[in-house]
Design a protein around this ligand. Structure first.
Ligand SMILES: CC(C)(COP(=O)(O)OP(=O)(O)OC[C@H]1O[C@@H](n2cnc3c(N)ncnc32)[C@H](O)[C@@H]1OP(=O)(O)O)[C@@H](O)C(=O)NCCC(=O)NCCS
Length: 134
C-alpha cells in the first residue's frame, strides 16, 4: 500500500494531524485516518495516529507509522521518536511495538477520566541508534 509518499511527509504543525488516504483494499483514495509527527524539541518528535473504525486491522497504522518514523530519522534527522497511549489500548501499543518502539514508562493519565484511565498512560520511544535494528 502507498499510504504516503516521501515528498508528502513533513512535521505536523502544533495541534494538527494529517489526514491519510489509503490506496488498496477498497480504500482507493478514501480517507483512512489521521497521523502526525510533531516536533517536541530540536531532536525529539512525537508520533500519533487514529484510524476510522472500518480501516482497523489491515496493517494501515503500522505501515504509515513506520513510514513517518523512517522519514523522521532519515530525512528530518531527529534523534528520538516518542509515542504515548492509554495503558489499556492494546492495539495502539502493538502498533508501537511492531514499528520497533520500546516501552519506557507508565505515568498517571491527566486528561478526563473514563474506564481504563486509572491504569495510566504508557510511553514508548525509539532512538536513532535502535532504529533499523528491528
Ligand atoms: C490503534 C489503531 C491505530 C490500530 O490501527 P490498525 O491499522 O488496526 O493497526 P495495525 O493493523 O497496523 O496493527 C494492529 C496490531 O494490534 C493488534 N491488536 C489490535 N487490537 C488488539 C487488542 N485489543 N489486543 C491485542 N492486540 C491487538 C493487531 O492484532 C495487530 O497486531 P498484529 O499485526 O501483530 O496481529 C486503531 O485501532 C485506532 O485508530 N484505534 C482508535 C484510536 C486509537 O486508539 N488511536 C491511538 C491512540 S494513541
Amino acid at each position: 500500500m502507498k499510504l504516503l509518499t516521501r515528498n508528502r511527509l513533513r512535521f505536523s504543525r502544533p495541534g494538527e494531524s494529517s489526514p491519510m488516504c489509503g490506496r488498496r483494499d477498497g480504500y482507493n483514495n478514501f480517507f483512512v485516518g489521521w497521523f502526525c509527527l510533531s516536533l517536541e524539541s530540536d531532536e525529539v518528535a512525537e508520533i500519533g495516529f487514529r484510524l476510522r473504525r472500518d480501516a482497523w486491522g489491515k496493517g494501515y497504522a503500522s505501515e504509515a507509522a513506520l513510514a513517518l518514523v523512517n522519514w523522521g530519522f532519515e530525512t528530518a534527522d531527529v534523534a528520538k521518536v516518542i509515542a504515548c497511549t492509554m495503558a489499556t489500548n492494546s492495539g495502539s501499543r502493538r502498533v508501537m511495538e511492531k514499528i520497533g518502539m520500546k516501552y519506557v514508562r507508565t505515568i498517571p493519565f491527566e486528561a478526563a477520566h473514563f474506564p481504563g484511565t486509572e491504569q495510566g498512560e504508557v510511553w514508548y520511544e525509539l532512538t536513532r541508534s535502535e532504529w533499523g535494528r528491528t
